[in-house]
Design a protein around this ligand. Sequence first.
Ligand code: ZN
Length: 123
Amino acid sequence: MEPRGLDRCEHQVVPVGNVLVAACPRCRQVEWQDSEGPIDPSEGMASLFGGYEILGAFDAIGSPAPEVLVYHTTSARRRRNLAAFPEKIWVKAAPDLWLTHDGERLLLATNHRLLFENLTRGA
Ligand SMILES: [Zn+2]
């Protein structure tokens, strides 16, 4: 684990529509805001990735959970939302939810059983 503390990282805020996202590849934290202030992570996730379709759950290696949920979208505009997050680095998008992507597909991982079931059920 990397030492933290005195040596704080600078979080870069990326606007995606009305949402401001700061996803840090170093401390792996994600901050969600809009023009009014902090917003609920689930609200931010819905705003950025609401139109994504699930491709399935896959056994995974090197992820924060044993299975990874893979999503995609046919909309080039929605796909660009992925760029607000570091590629191939897991960040904590919400208290029980890890997120990364490969530039094309959205990858989510959770050890929270109920959240897993909600995510696989689809929006
Ligand atoms: Zn950081």
